[in-house]
Structure formats: structure tokens, C-alpha cells
Design a protein around this ligand. Structure first.
Ligand SMILES: *[C@@H]1O[C@H](CO)[C@@H](O)[C@H](O)[C@H]1NC(C)=O
Ligand SMILES: *[C@@H]1O[C@H](CO)[C@@H](O)[C@H](O)[C@H]1NC(C)=O
Length: 226
């Protein structure tokens, strides 16, 4: 009787470890990159960070844990807030790749802090804060989407390009399908705002998206200058 009891206690403990305590708290990530020209030419406008005008390049918005059913976890651990000192070795690379364009002008850390607190804490059982930011930088350099688009003749010159040609350029260059989010400029033109790529549970490799976000985009969209 005693040993049966202890077997069940162990079973419950193991289930806690396997199912509840260390469960898969998300299924995959979206890596979201944004075009600064499309962030800035809207009615809301933008402010360059205190470090100056960002590079003419896609920049990181974030790496967002998501469920296969389309919903996502957020703000998962208020006891593990963003700590700049944990990523001081990555800071100069992050200033280049992950600038904040929101107003008022900032030194980027409030943007990174928001991203960690809202999204990063939901994958902290897999990636520590340092590992999370390092993973984002690695993924960004693996997916040089600006060069990929340029190679297909799609340039940030204020011209219009078909959504299909943008998606097939990315598929051809990176090997994976993407999802494009549009916003509108002050004249109401739909434009290339954000590119979503899907990433495996470990934050290391691109995968085909298990589920796509939703939103409207025209069939021919502007690629503004920056
Ligand atoms: C999606 O899946 C997650 C994890 O299994 C679950 O917690 C959540 O309630 C689900 N959401 C919907 C809308 O089904
Ligand atoms: C744009 O970013 C990619 C990925 O980080 C990098 O490889 C590339 O050199 C950058 N291009 C420019 C023009 O800054």
C-alpha cells in the first residue's frame, strides 16, 4: 500500500514536471521585421532614436511566441523584468538592428524592455534574456530580406510592387513563405510595413508558418524610401 502510494506521489510529481511545470508554453515564434520608411511616412510619423537615423535596412520589431491555434501568450513573468545589464555585450549590435522609431525620441531600451516583458518572458523556460536577444540578432542576420528583395529587383524607391512578387522573392531567397503586413501612408497608399517569418520553438531555424496572422493588404503595394 505504501509503495503504491509513493508511486502515485512520484507520478504526480513527474506529471507536474513534464506537463504543468515544464509544458510547451508556446509552439513557435514570429520574427517580425519592419521597414522604417513605412513606419515613418504615416500620419503618426516617427522619431529617430537618440543614436541618430537608423540604417536604410529592415529593423527588428520582435520575436513573438505564438500558439498553433493562432493566439499567443503575453506578459508571462513580471518577476523577470528586462535587465539591460544582462545584454550589455549585445547592445551595440541591437542599436543597429533594433532601433526604436516611436516618439518621443528614445535610446531604444524602452522598446527592448517592452518586447522582453510582453513577449520574451513567455519563452524564458527555453531562452534566457541573453539567449533570447542573441537569437533575434542571429535570425535577423540569417534573413537579409532587403538584399533578397533587391536581388529580385524590388527596391525601396517609392515604387509599387505586387504582393505576390514580394512573397515569391522571399520564398526564393530564404526558402520559406512569409506574411506581409501593410500600413498606409498619408495619401492612403498600402505599403510594405512588416515581414513575418516563422521560427522553431528553440528560436534557431526558420520553419513554414503553422498559422498566419490576418490583415488586409492591397495586391500592389508601395515600398517607400528611407
Ligand atoms: C490556444 O492554445 C493555447 C495553448 O494550448 C491555449 O492556452 C489557448 O486557450 C488556446 N486559445 C484558443 C483561442 O483556442
Ligand atoms: C541589413 O541587415 C542585414 C541583416 O542584419 C545585413 O546583413 C546587411 O548588411 C544590412 N544591409 C545594410 C545595407 O545595412
Amino acid at each position: 500500500m505504501n509503495s503504491t502510494y509513493s508511486f502515485f506521489v512520484k507520478l504526480v510529481l513527474v506529471q507536474c514536471l513534464v506537463i504543468a511545470c515544464a509544458s510547451q508554453v508556446y509552439d513557435f515564434f514570429y520574427l517580425v521585421q519592419q521597414w522604417p520608411g513605412s513606419y515613418c511616412d504615416t500620419s503618426q510619423g516617427c522619431c529617430y532614436p537618440t543614436t541618430g537615423k537608423p540604417a536604410t535596412n529592415f529593423s527588428i520589431h520582435g520575436l513573438w511566441p505564438n500558439y498553433d491555434n493562432g493566439s499567443y501568450p503575453s506578459n508571462c513573468d513580471s518577476n523577470d523584468p528586462f535587465d539591460l545589464s544582462e545584454i550589455s555585450d549585445l547592445q551595440s549590435k541591437m542599436q543597429v538592428s533594433w532601433p526604436s522609431l516611436s516618439c518621443p525620441s528614445s535610446d531604444d531600451t524602452s522598446f527592448w524592455s517592452h518586447e522582453w516583458n510582453k513577449h520574451g518572458t513567455c519563452s524564458e523556460s527555453v531562452l534566457t534574456e541573453h539567449a533570447y536577444f542573441q537569437a533575434v540578432l542571429n535570425l535577423k542576420s540569417k534573413a537579409n530580406v532587403l538584399q533578397t528583395l533587391k536581388n529580385a529587383g524590388i527596391q525601396p524607391n517609392g515604387g509599387f510592387y505586387s504582393l505576390t512578387s514580394i512573397k515569391s522573392a522571399i520564398k526564393g531567397g530564404l526558402g520559406y513563405n512569409s506574411w506581409i503586413e501593410c500600413n498606409t501612408d498619408t495619401s492612403g497608399n498600402y505599403q510594405l510595413y512588416q515581414i513575418y517569418l516563422c521560427v522553431d520553438y528553440y528560436g534557431s531555424s526558420f520553419i513554414e508558418c503553422p498559422v498566419l496572422p490576418t490583415g488586409y493588404c492591397a495586391s500592389s503595394i508601395k515600398f517607400p524610401t528611407f
